[in-house]
Design a protein around this ligand. Structure first.
Ligand SMILES: [Zn+2]
Length: 70
């Protein structure tokens, strides 16, 4: 997996901890302390999708049921 320097954007090898271009220490991925922080947006997106999808699914089921009746 390629990763990029957060300071200068240089592509770094997976085992590189320091950017060879600018010397900035590269933040390692999959750090347990930052796991939730890194995935915070994904969790928010999932919650938003659930909030949108659940009423939509209910409306769809009710619509199907009302169509069957009539
Ligand atoms: Zn750099």
């Amino acid at each position: 997996m390629a990763k990029y320097c957060s300071n200068c954007g240089t592509e770094l090898k997976d085992d590189q901890d320091v950017c060879l271009n600018c010397g900035v220490a590269v933040k390692k991925e999959n750090q347990s302390s930052d796991f939730f922080k890194d995935n915070d947006i994904d969790i928010v997106v999932l919650i938003v999708l659930a909030i949108i999808f659940l009423p939509a699914a209910l409306i769809y089921v009710l619509y199907k049921m009302s169509k069957k009746k009539g």
